[in-house]
Design a protein around this ligand. Structure first.
Ligand code: PHE
Ligand code: ZN
Length: 870
């Protein structure tokens, strides 16, 4: 028996860079693969039988990627061979013919797999995660998405410990063995890249459902979880059925297997994974009941269930040629899940939430050291490119295409794309060309969005000559330089625009979509008698930063009158933002205009409550910081708290009326858009009542905390209590902890509420919580709940003495040893150093340098930390 222990690759002085332009088609194809797993947490044996085919007339050997496994044997066409070599971790095998059967056997140790890539143990079960390059940690294989194979999988395992054995496709056979073990075989008829391979072995119970497809086929649905969690899976199952129906109606896409299974696991690096016919989910995106999940959690579950389901077409049936094309599946699928969610409830609120998310995560990324185009040109570690840019900016790019082409032509384009590329590994260019061919629209310039990083800035100014009745809109665009891309070209920006008369509040003409393609553009409007007010980038039709010369009065007008809900929200946000930036800069600012606009919004009975709740929220501290030349976290915090207090005080009666009104109309928990809106408004109102300094705020919040029949109300009351200093604060935290100490997902909330608290002692509290017996870096959700939440608490993290930076760096160094992927994702708060004063910048850089110098640092962290220093 051969026993070669390969070690995992260490970063070297010159890290390996993969470049998009170096792409070459695979030398060898693997049309069929059979896998045989003898499953055991300490030592799993994997036999792989690969039917390999030389792709054309070349004489290159077969190269199979591997990582961290022990190779036991290799044979070719049934005969053991030993003329192979290992280069780095790649198995190189000389082959003479054009087709062979290559068999390997390896041993792996799932229980020691803390990276959660490949085959690993979670909560006593075994599961896999292969995207992007995890399959090579299971067996030797050409681990690249353009090698598509039909999989047959056999699993053998102890029956008592692992009574359920699942894999991709359909179950074909199963049986018992005499020694207490059992086996099962699954076959997936659809050729797929290895990143979509999955298996699960565990002690799981199932919530079953069924769906009849548009052509009348019956699909057996199953959501697999711990037995005690089955009652928490109904929402996910309902969302799955809704998503299946939606994709048929909206894109004409039908499910293609007889079985669709979802498994929830507690330890997972991302949200979920779209493995063919066997999606594996982070349990936070499956498990929900009113007592343990908030409305926000319910929404997230529906969105992620839909997202992974939609990948069956946008990702699986048509997959990616190489990882540079990641946004081909992710941007498109995020766009699809956003539209699905918009159709399930309030489309306006969904758009506001999506834009808020984009501004919180993607705009800073695009303006910082890690900026990259949605189709990157190079990477060291592909895991680092599962970013807000690839996903969320990617979705905005698809949304612009849909806006420009119109619904019909867009659908014709996606139909053509699915038709042309079904069963293949495609590129972003293939997608754009399909839309172009189906619609007859020239997208030459639009393609710049795929290669250019950075958020465009648009300036818009509207000039009006009363005498001639002419108005002229002057638009200009400019994208600031990003690392490695100093010269930027104009991009295509579809701007939905409307003008309103300042006195009559009537629109001059219907909305129009202006395509801004040049650096500068002028549009003339005739017959404009009243002074016009500009409503622009309605619906956030272009993912850009807009600077306009609109006065506070005009913004207040739009906040009260605009008929586009997003534009209305945006006007009020801009009014708040201008006020906050000015006052954080040291000016004495009058809050009256903001207070009046909020009061008007609150009092408008025509507006949906969910919209009102979103509209009256102040911009986040970090978004305010993004508008300033130098971020002053203390000044921003003070400006924002002062404005909150003033809004709370001036409108106290309205907040109380809104609070009582919402409370009176919600009896018994219902998950509906209306009920969600009322709960949201109630929590926002409670926050403002507390901000006003009202003496009864603690008692009011505590009463809500105690009486709540759902987690939305309970968590919002806790958040309010934790922010303040009332007598009820500590009791509430203790009650919450004791009540939910056996529920990991709720304990995550207990950690993150404290890490996000707007308090002087947050840094010290977080450092203490890192020592808590329930804190562990081994579980990504828990690590993110504390460390991730703290990193985005702008004021606490950026404490002037650098204690926040040191704490984060310590944690990331420790986490990197266990789980490099999750660690590297938490680096960005330290990469904002250029945005701060020189003291803070030096402290942040010192921590990044300390991280970079750690011996044995992962490739993931080495890439992100060193890029963050540039
Ligand atoms: N492809 C998954 C999704 O977005 C995300 C993911 C990436 C999950 C890598 C795990 C690992 O749907
Ligand atoms: Zn995805």
């Amino acid at each position: 028996m051969l026993d070669i222990q390969t070690s995992s690759a260490q970063p070297t002085a010159t890290p390996h860079v993969t470049r998009r332009e170096d792409y070459t088609a695979p030398d060898w194809l693997v049309p069929e693969i059979a896998l045989d797993f003898a499953l055991d947490p300490a030592a799993t044996r994997v036999k792989a039988t690969l039917h390999v085919q030389r792709s054309d007339a070349h004489d290159r050997p077969l190269r199979l990627d591997g990582a961290g496994q022990t190779l036991l044997s290799v044979s070719v066409d049934g005969v053991a061979v030993n003329d192979w070599t290992i280069e780095g971790e790649t198995l190189v095998l000389p082959l003479t013919g054009s087709a062979h059967v290559v068999e390997t056997e390896v041993e792996i140790a799932p229980e020691r797999n803390t990276q959660l890539m490949g085959l690993y143990a979670s909560g006593g079960n075994l599961c896999t995660q292969c995207e992007a390059e995890g399959f090579r940690r299971i067996t030797y294989f050409p681990d690249r998405p353009d090698v598509l194979s039909r999989y047959q999988v056999r699993m053998t395992a102890d029956k008592a410990r692992y009574p359920v054995l699942l894999a991709n496709g359909d179950p074909i056979a199963a049986g018992d063995l005499p020694d207490g073990r059992h086996w099962a075989e699954w076959r997936d008829p659809f050729p797929k890249p290895c990143y979509l391979f999955a298996l699960v072995a565990g002690d799981l119970a199932v919530n079953r459902g069924s769906f009849t497809t548009m052509s009348g086929r019956e699909v057996a649905l199953g959501i697999w979880v711990r037995a005690a969690d089955v009652p928490r899976t109904d929402h996910a199952l309902a969302a799955l059925k809704a998503a299946m129906a939606w994709d048929e109606q909206t894109y004409g896409r039908e499910y293609d297997l007889d079985v669709f299974n979802i498994v929830a696991v507690d330890d997972f690096n991302f949200g979920a994974m779209e493995n063919k016919g066997l999606n594996i989910f982070n349990s936070r995106y499956i498990l929900a009941d009113p007592d343990t999940a908030t409305d926000y959690d319910y929404d997230g579950i529906a969105a992620v269930v839909a997202h992974e389901y939609f990948h069956n077409w946008s990702g699986n049936r048509v997959t990616c040629r190489d990882w540079f094309q990641l946004s081909l599946k992710e941007g498109f699928t995020v766009y699809r899940d956003q539209c699905f969610s918009a159709d399930q409830g309030s489309a306006a609120v969904k758009r506001i939430e999506d834009v808020r998310g984009l501004r919180a995560a993607q705009f800073p990324e695009d303006a910082g050291p890690l900026a990259h185009p949605i189709r990157p040109d190079s990477y060291q570690e592909i895991s680092n490119f599962y970013t807000a840019t690839i996903y969320n900016k990617g979705a905005e790019i698809i949304r612009m295409l849909a806006t420009m082409l119109g619904a019909q032509a867009f659908r014709a384009g996606t139909d053509l794309y699915f038709d042309r590329f079904d069963g293949t590994a495609a590129t972003c260019e293939d997608f754009v060309a399909s839309l172009e061919d189906a619609s007859g629209t020239d997208l030459t310039q639009f393609r710049r969005w795929y290669s250019q990083a950075g958020t465009p800035r648009i300036t818009a100014s509207l000039l009006h000559h009363k005498g001639s009745g002419r108005a002229e809109l002057v638009l200009a665009q400019n994208t600031p330089p990003t690392p490695g891309q100093t010269v930027k070209q104009p991009v295509v920006l579809p701007l939905r625009i409307k003008l309103f008369g300042a006195d009559s509040a009537q629109p001059y003409a219907p909305e129009q979509t202006v395509l801004l393609t040049e650096a500068e553009h002028r549009i003339v409007f005739e017959d404009v008698r009243e002074r016009p007010i500009l409503s622009i980038n309605r619906g956030f039709s272009a993912p850009a930063i807009l600077e306009t010369d609109r006065s506070a009065a005009d913004l207040a007008f739009l906040a009260a009158q605009d008929d586009d809900p997003f534009a209305r929200y945006e006007a009020l946000q801009q009014l708040m933002l201008d006020t906050l930036v000015e006052s954080a800069g040291g000016a004495r600012v009058d809050h009256a205009a903001v207070i009046a606009a909020i009061g008007g919004t609150l009092a408008n009975p025509q507006l949906d409550r969910a919209f009102v709740a979103e509209a009256v929220l102040l911009p986040s501290e970090s978004f305010i910081g993004d508008q300033m030349a130098v971020v002053d976290p203390e000044a921003i915090f003070r400006a924002r708290e002062t404005l909150r207090r003033d809004i709370g005080r001036a409108l106290e009666a309205s907040w109380r009326a809104a609070y009582d009104g919402a409370r009176a109309t919600t009896t018994g928990y219902v998950y509906s858009p209306e009920a969600k809106g009322l709960r949201r408004l109630k929590s926002v109102a409670l926050g403002y009542i507390a901000a006003s300094g009202a003496a009864d705020a603690g008692a009011l919040a505590f009463a809500q905390f105690e009486a709540a029949d759902n987690m939305t109300d309970r968590q919002s009351a806790l958040t309010t209590l934790v922010a303040g200093d009332s007598a009820q604060r500590t009791p509430a935290l203790d009650i919450f902890y004791n009540r939910y100490s056996d529920n990991a997902l709720v304990l995550d909330k207990w950690f993150s509420v404290q890490a996000m608290a707007p308090r002087d002692d947050t840094g010290a509290v977080v450092a203490e919580l890192a020592q808590h017996r329930d804190f562990t870096l081994s579980n990504p959700n828990r690590a993110r709940a504390l460390i991730g939440a703290f990193g985005v608490n702008q004021r606490a993290f950026n404490a002037a003495d650098g204690s926040g930076y040191r704490f984060l760096a310590d944690q990331l160094i420790a986490l990197d040893r266990l789980n490099p992927q999750t660690a590297a994702k938490l680096i960005p708060p330290l990469g904002r150093w250029k945005r701060f004063d020189s003291n803070r910048a030096a402290l942040m850089r010192a921590e990044l340098e300390r991280i970079v110098a750690v011996p044995g640092l992962s490739k993931d962290m080495a890439e992100q930390a060193s890029r963050s220093l540039d």
